[in-house]
Design a protein around this ligand. Structure first.
Ligand code: MIC
Ligand code: SF4
Length: 661
């Protein structure tokens, strides 16, 4: 239904049209868009730059490129520190900004320093849509897509549906922006946003400050959405003024006659404190439903609720009080700027006096790096994901909530609706949302390309090469190596905990952990088998953007994945690393078992290249039909054995050394 001509346009269409270099804005059509800004981080960034180098590129072409070091900043192992040193050298050599370890989470530092309404941003992290709250069209992607965009080529996606999320009313006391996105998750589920951009509209928009909007757009990722975006207004201008970048403001409103593919209405006035129970972000219930559950650990932080504006309400609630003796509370700010502001205003001391353990600005605990919960314990976090085991311990009990609900639990030692705690205590008020007058903090940890201190790549012993796959073969057959259920996350495929994360630049070693969370014999079995397939239910590969979730199975010899449906970024990553992603129906899924020998009857290389959509899959005496949904560009990439091989072949063909989509 989306359109570009004649009719009124949505905010999304306006930005897309301005950046369109190929295709038309028709839902489902492949479009190529120009990318203004890119971001990458320490755990996906090493591959990005190794691929940049392998493609023969020598200079960043986008207006802004920023390399952040945020996920593993404690540097427990020299391998992490080597990664960071390599990343600084790559940023300096190729012309990107470099944010030092400890300076903050990529999405927080980016929104403070670079996010700009009306611009496009592509990032190798799934929560890249965060600055959608400022009217930026921001999309998460696999590393190699970011590499190619950074080299100046367009980014290709299928034109998503544009869904209006109409906000009405105003949030009542103790309900927060986190409850808006939890409400949507409860209604739509973790796959409800796949193939969609959620565009917020309606009179409720102006009642939310820019930081609140960014909590919502950040966690739109958990719906599987391609992106989430707000229009711009005085709140946007106000935020940009406070971060000292008022020049970046542009006015962006949908036309009065803009049409959307669908509309969801949320009356903010009806919301109450909500909580996602273990272990999926869409297991949402009112806090009162789980009140009384004792809480061992509370963490305020992450790219969803780790900003100054998120920590301050918790700090105000803790002021002059002490947290329960049975509960530990950690505050991990999203950026060092937030820490510095809170420290200068005395809030860090207040929190410490209340019993808070104040951490450096990092992703850390969000992916099981530090503050791993005790066995059989309950942890309440203001994060966006609570996938089983992600906290660093299997069988964890992680709940997701607002900073207000988290602080209330720390005070009470159990889950409690802050409205009820306020009534009990008598003098606890809803802290509301307050922005600093100016975000006046040091930029010492952000090194601009002009200030670069390196002009050559520094590779420690843990920095490996990017493996390449051979072009797609005509005959594909092999065993079904693993049968999985619905909503398998990339955390299942390649976990991100400390012991594993340090091998992100070393694919042979990292591959040993492939799918270990589902079956720890998988990697060995896959290596021993000469090829083979993965079988999964709905929404395979949801969650993180990590391309390692395709790269490692590829390295182990997996040829393809048969699933009922795929998450967007992971699907793109499968093409990018030459793995055949075939869609199957529920009956086929039921009929095929792990260990079955599976053969694709068609001449696969020929069928993929020539545009065939239906493939025949033979298992024993039975034949099933499977579908390949792909653009010609995706087919060519798959046939070449992945995007790196394809880009190189293109460059050789055209005699150019640059990536040219
Ligand atoms: C995540 O939240 O899962 C991560 C860790 O930020 C990932 C990136 C990665 O795996 O390095 C993401 O969201 O893309
Ligand atoms: Fe970091 Fe967690 Fe945000 Fe991912 S979701 S970027 S790990 S804070």
């Amino acid at each position: 239904m989306s359109n570009s001509e004649g009719m009124g346009q949505t905010v999304t269409e306006k930005i897309l049209e301005e950046h369109l270099v190929e295709g038309t804005l028709e839902t489902g059509e492949e479009i190529g868009i120009e990318i203004d800004q890119v971001l990458t981080q320490d755990t996906t960034g090493t591959m990005v730059w190794l691929q940049f180098e392998a493609m023969g590129l020598d200079e960043v072409q986008t207006e802004v490129a920023a390399q952040y070091c945020d996920h593993q900043t404690y540097q427990f192992d020299f391998k992490n520190t080597d990664d960071h040193r390599f990343l600084r050298s790559a940023a300096g050599t190729f012309g990107a900004h470099f944010s030092r370890p400890g300076n903050g989470i990529c999405h927080n530092v980016h929104r403070e320093n670079f996010a700009a309404p009306g611009k496009t941003l592509l990032g190798s992290d799934s929560h890249t849509p965060t600055p959608g709250g400022l009217g930026q069209l921001a999309i998460g992607a696999g590393g190699i897509d970011v590499t190619v965009a950074m080299g100046g080529a367009p980014y290709y996606i299928q034109m998503p549906e544009i869904v209006a999320v109409r906000l009405e009313g105003e949030l009542p006391a103790w309900a927060t922006a986190k409850d808006v996105i939890l409400e949507l998750l409860g209604r739509l589920s973790v796959k409800g946003g796949v193939g969609k951009i959620l565009e917020y509209t309606g009179p409720g928009v102006e009642t939310l400050t820019a930081p609140e909007r960014m909590t919502i757009t950040n966690m739109g990722t958990e719906l599987g959405a391609t992106s989430s975006i707000f229009p711009t207004d005085e709140e946007t201008r106000d935020y940009l003024e406070r971060v000292g970048r008022e020049d970046a403001y542009v006015d962006l409103q949908p036309d009065d006659d803009a049409t959307y593919d669908d509309e969801i209405v949320v009356d903010l006035s009806d919301l109450e404190p909500l909580i996602a129970t273990p272990s999926m972000p869409d297991n949402v219930v009112p806090v009162r439903e789980v009140a009384g559950e004792s809480v061992d650990q509370v963490i305020v932080g992450s790219c969803t609720n780790g900003a100054y504006e998120d920590i301050l309400p918790a700090a105000k609630m803790l002021e002059g009080r002490e947290i329960a003796k049975t509960t530990e509370m950690i505050v991990a700010p999203g950026s060092k700027q937030a820490s510095e502001l809170l420290a200068r205003e005395g809030w860090v001391a207040e929190m410490m006096a209340a019993g808070v353990n104040f951490s450096e600005a990092t992703c850390g605990a969000c992916i099981g790096i530090g503050h791993v919960p005790a066995s059989d314990s309950v942890s309440l976090r203001t994060f966006n994901r609570n996938f089983e085991g992600r906290s660093g311990i299997e069988d964890d009990n992680v709940y997701l909530c607002s900073p207000e609900v988290a602080a209330a639990a720390a005070l009470a030692g159990e889950i409690v609706d802050p409205r009820d705690l306020a009534e009990e205590l008598g003098d606890l008020e809803d802290p509301g949302v307050e922005l600093p007058a100016v975000y006046d903090a040091s930029k010492a940890d952000l090194i601009t390309p002009e200030e670069a201190v390196d002009d050559d790549l520094v590779k420690g012993p843990n920095i490996g090469d990017v493996p390449l796959k051979e072009p797609l073969e005509s005959d594909l057959s092999g065993p079904v190596l693993l049968k999985m259920g619905d909503n398998i996350t990339t955390d299942h495929i390649i976990p991100a905990t400390q012991d594993i994360l340090m091998y992100r630049s070393n694919v042979p070693k990292l591959s040993e952990f492939t799918l270990s969370r589902v079956d720890d014999t998988f990697a060995e079995r896959a290596l021993e088998s000469d090829g083979g397939f993965l079988l999964a239910g709905e929404n395979y590969g949801q969650g993180s953007s990590r391309e390692h979730a395709a790269l490692c199975p590829m390295y182990l010899g997996v040829e393809g994945v048969l699933a009922q449906s795929f998450a967007r970024i992971h699907r793109a990553n499968l093409f990018n690393f030459g793995l055949l992603p075939l869609e199957i129906d529920a009956e086929t899924y039921e009929a095929i078992e792990q260990g079955d020998d599976l053969e694709i009857v068609d001449d696969v290389a020929e069928a993929v290249s020539s545009g065939a959509e239906e493939f025949t899959v033979r298992v024993g005496d039975e034949e099933f039909s499977a579908t390949l949904r792909a653009s010609q560009r995706e087919r060519d990439i798959l046939a070449a054995g992945g995007k790196l091989s394809w880009t190189r072949a293109q460059a050789e063909g055209s005699g150019a050394a640059a990536a040219d989509d």
